[in-house]
Design a protein around this ligand. Structure first.
Ligand code: PLP
Length: 404
């Protein structure tokens, strides 16, 4: 018998499990609204034009090599990715208070910072995460040694941010807690604080001496503007006196580099004097976990970030992607009105980012899957990126049937 005979089978990841069910479904009508990746209006994965061209150049360039990157990543990538998040002239960057480690997309950056904080931040700290949040937060932090606790975030009745609940819970959290914030396009709700509310969150965080950790997975992808989507981060990073915080940055969605695992962790320190030691310990974590980050995707991102013409082209493509998503929101909302689906569906329009939190119940979601071959997570979250023009009416009619 195997030494693993008593290993219990872990539950399947709900989203990846959904994709598997979708693949096996033979129905020609099937629609996958569970995908966390952009699809074109022809329902195909999208490689950005600027990325494709750079890859062709790299393939043709005899100087392209596949050497290891340093543990902390490629210096130019680190510098330019920090500029993208904080703004090139951010005081924290000018004062050399930011430590940047290239890591494995958003997830790897979160895992590295979690382990670092578990070792070097205040012992016994809890990590406050929004309720609901991206499911993987609940895996990443405890596995790194940080217990999680939820703060109120979403108001089901109003289908929007529960700002008062959020602020109350952050106020009541133990002093110096780590507070996970979605920088923009909150996953799964699509509900973000407005700038005045962010200011309020900043005030609580400062008063309670919490440590903000911004998960930034959708910069540019939410609104089409890199500045707007980074506004909350920049507000916090520019606070005086300086606030210590961290940002995990992913290029999966905004550059369509999902599988290449390109991202960075930025730790903003109160003083430049500590950055050397912080960097040395982040490198220790990365060294023991995966040794060094992947080079290919980082080379692509760096070329885009350093060349103003390529950057402008990227920005246009990001606007095309976010624009298609916004168009799907408008079309779905209109179709729900036209077919007379009961209820108020304004939230489909006002939510931001790839997802819409429809408010459909778990049993309604199951009904949609079994009766209409429409796949979505059981919390009622649909990926607007998985919706295409030709399926809008089909979805709206199915939703009408489900809620009646
Ligand atoms: N954080 C949030 C909120 C996300 O939605 C995602 C991806 O879906 C990630 C982080 C991490 O993505 P990746 O590890 O592919 O960068």
């Amino acid at each position: 018998t195997s030494v693993f005979a008593s290993v219990p089978e872990a539950p399947q990841d709900p989203i990846l499990g959904l994709n598997e069910l979708f693949r096996e479904d033979p129905s020609p009508h099937k629609v996958n609204l569970g995908v966390g990746a952009y699809r074109t209006d022809e329902n195909r994965p999208y490689v950005l034009g600027v990325v494709k061209r750079i890859e062709q150049e790299m393939a043709a360039d005899t100087a392209t090599v596949h050497e290891y990157l340093p543990i902390e990543g490629w210096p130019e990538f680190r510098r330019l990715s920090a500029h993208l998040v904080f703004g090139a002239d951010a005081p924290a960057l000018r004062e050399e208070r930011v430590v940047t480690l290239q890591s494995l997309s958003g997830t790897g950056s979160l895992r590295v910072v979690a382990e670092f904080l578990a070792h070097f931040y205040r012992p016994g700290t809890v990590c406050c995460i929004p309720q609901p949040t991206w499911g993987n937060h609940k895996n990443i932090f405890p596995r790194a040694g940080l217990p999680v606790r939820e703060y109120r975030y979403y108001d089901d009745a109003n289908r929007g941010l529960d700002y008062d609940g959020m602020v109350e819970d952050l106020e009541a959290a133990p002093t110096g807690s780590i507070v996970v914030l979605h920088a923009c396009a909150h996953n799964p709700t699509g509900a973000d604080p407005d700038m005045q509310q962010w200011q309020g969150v900043l005030e609580v965080v400062r008063r309670r001496r919490h440590f903000p950790l911004f998960d930034c997975a959708y910069q540019g992808f939410a609104s089409g503007s890199f500045e707007r989507d980074a506004a909350a981060i920049r507000l916090f990073a520019a606070a005086t006196p300086p606030l210590e915080m961290a940002v995990t940055q992913s290029f999966a969605k905004n550059m369509g580099l999902y599988g290449e695992r390109v991202g960075a962790l930025h730790v903003v320190c109160a003083e430049a004097a500590v950055t050397r030691a912080v960097m040395s310990q982040l490198k220790q974590v990365a060294r023991a976990m995966y040794s060094s980050p992947p080079g290919h995707g980082a080379a692509i991102v760096t070329r885009v970030l350093r060349d103003p013409a390529l950057f402008a082209e990227w920005e246009t493509e990001v606007q095309v992607m976010s624009g298609r998503i916004m168009r799907m929101r408008r079309e779905l909302h209109q179709a729900l009105q036209e077919n007379g689906t009961p209820g108020n569906w304004g939230h489909v329009l006002t939510q931001i980012g790839m997802f819409s939190f429809t408010g459909l119940s778990a049993s309604q979601c199951l009904y949609l899957r079994e009766r209409y071959y429409i796949y979505m997570t059981s919390n009622g979250r649909i990926s607007m990126a998985g919706l295409t023009s030709d399926k809008v009416r089909y979805l709206a009619d199915a939703m009408k049937d489900a809620v009646l």
